[in-house]
Ligand binder design. Structure first.
Ligand SMILES: Cc1cc2nc3c(=O)[nH]c(=O)nc-3n(C[C@H](O)[C@H](O)[C@H](O)COP(=O)(O)OP(=O)(O)OC[C@H]3O[C@@H](n4cnc5c(N)ncnc54)[C@H](O)[C@@H]3O)c2cc1C
Length: 402
């Protein structure tokens, strides 16, 4: 009998993990192909450092093909352009590929349309893609020639709050190192109802700890507010307050990819795949979605809309669940591995330049039994070590390591 075909779309956290894990779970007795728009893995968490010259693009990326080749997985650099789910095939810019099982791990794109003046041709920088971060690097260099006020924030609908906070504190650290701390007014803008909500409902003592951090750094916070527009030299908030700036960075909301959004049988209006806790699409047993591509219900209503942070840890966890279930289906068994996103543990490090906070909780979303924030310089050291470890692990395809 011919080997079953698993087609994985996307080669970053979710796609790389799912492809290698299913290959491993079936001891190679499966044909796995990865189609990804990028031919490099990108360690997105380090994008916060790139604008300050602490990392280059090559430090935080590696080519995908050698990794997949070493594990007997076919890699195609191409963009998926149409999902033919009833025909069990995917049209891509490099041809059409059929499958027995499909894993969608196509992640996010920035929704810059949410605020006029954002985006590559706008007035504020971003750091959520490599190109954005490279532009933010050039902008930072330019800013240093004539420093002025700075605004860092997240717009309404954003979910990647950790990146906004990390950038804020890293920027503040840079200002101090450069002797500019006293001359630059630094403001933080966020739709979160309170400091340290993180799109996760907050953690014990989080708000007071973050308030203390901001006070110590002399940062003014504007919370629970959207952004109306970003003009050339000022941000106008939804409550009409205007904050002048010489340099601004905003984390925008994310959307799923257009190719997914167009597959209306499986996707929600944002282009995320509606999934069960097995990470199978609600409408198809042979289609899975993991990581940011998977829809996660937002469990609260806030006066300013918020997204959910779909971070690396739950992304890898979803990818392992999907891989186990596909392996089970190929063996003729039921797909039994399951876990709701909200029940997965939260494990994250928020870097602050030479300091940071380790965030640990038994569940991503409340109600929780345990949640703790551990501040200190060890958090920064952990983030540095984790970056090196993760890039080593991913590059070698050791996805079964923790
Ligand atoms: C600035 C920043 C900082 C972060 N910091 C942290 C952190 O400290 N800790 C943490 O846990 N998480 C962090 N995250 C979140 C983490 O990066 C995400 O959880 C992770 O990237 C999700 O992986 P993914 O594979 O689902 O999606 P992505 O990383 O978005 O990967 C999607 C892949 O799909 C490919 N693709 C896209 N469209 C197509 C298409 N049409 N066809 C084929 N391929 C396609 C892309 O090229 C890419 O390779 C951060 C994110 C950002 C942006």
């Amino acid at each position: 009998m011919s080997r079953k075909k698993v087609l994985v779309l996307g080669g970053n956290f979710g796609g790389l993990t799912a492809a290698l894990a299913v290959h491993h779970d079936l001891e190679g007795d499966v044909e796995v192909r990865v189609v990804s728009a990028s031919d490099h893995f990108l360690f997105n968490p380090s994008l916060i450092w790139l604008p300050f010259g602490k990392r280059t693009a090559t430090d935080i990326t590696f080519p995908l093909e050698p990794t997949f080749e070493a594990h007997g997985i076919d890699f195609v650099r191409a963009e998926a352009t149409h999902l033919d789910l009833s025909g069990k095939r995917v049209v891509t810019s490099a041809g059409t590929y059929d499958y027995d099982y499909l894993v969608i791990a196509t992640g996010y794109r920035n929704d810059y349309a949410v605020v006029p003046g954002l985006g590559p041709d706008g007035n504020a920088f971003g750091i959520t893609t490599l190109d954005d971060a490279i532009r933010a690097r050039a902008g930072w260099r330019h800013f240093l020639e004539a420093p002025g006020d700075v605004v860092v924030g997240a717009t309404q609908g954003a979910g990647c709050f950790g990146a906004a906070y990390e950038y804020l504190f890293n920027l503040s650290h840079q200002l101090r190192k450069l002797g500019l701390k006293k001359q630059v007014r630094l403001s933080f803008v966020s739709p979160e109802p309170f400091l340290g909500h993180f799109g996760m409902g907050g953690l014990p003592h989080g708000e007071s700890m973050l308030s203390m951090f901001l006070k110590k750094e002399g940062i003014t916070a504007h919370m629970d507010v959207g952004v109306d527009r970003v003009e050339e030299d000022r941000v106008v908030l939804a409550d009409d307050q205007a904050i002048p700036f010489s340099y601004a960075m905003f984390v925008p909301p994310f959307l799923g990819q257009e190719v997914v959004r167009a597959a209306t049988k499986i996707a929600d209006a944002k282009g995320y795949v509606r999934v069960r806790d097995t990470y199978q699409a609600e409408a198809y047993d042979d289609v899975y979605a993991v990581g940011i591509a998977a829809a996660v219900p937002v469990p609260w209503q806030t006066s300013t809309p918020l997204g959910i942070p779909k971070t690396g840890f739950p992304t890898e966890r979803m990818a392992h669940i999907a891989a186990k279930n596909i392996a089970a289906q190929i063996r003729g068994e039921q797909p039994r591995a399951h876990e709701e996103f909200g029940d997965m543990p939260a494990v994250c490090v928020m870097d602050a330049g030479n300091n940071g906070v380790i965030i640990l909780a038994d569940k991503m979303l409340p109600p929780r039994k345990h949640g703790v924030l551990i501040p200190g310089p060890q958090a920064h050291a952990m983030k540095l070590a984790f970056e090196k470890y993760f890039l080593w692990k991913a590059r070698h395809g050791y996805v079964n390591l923790p």
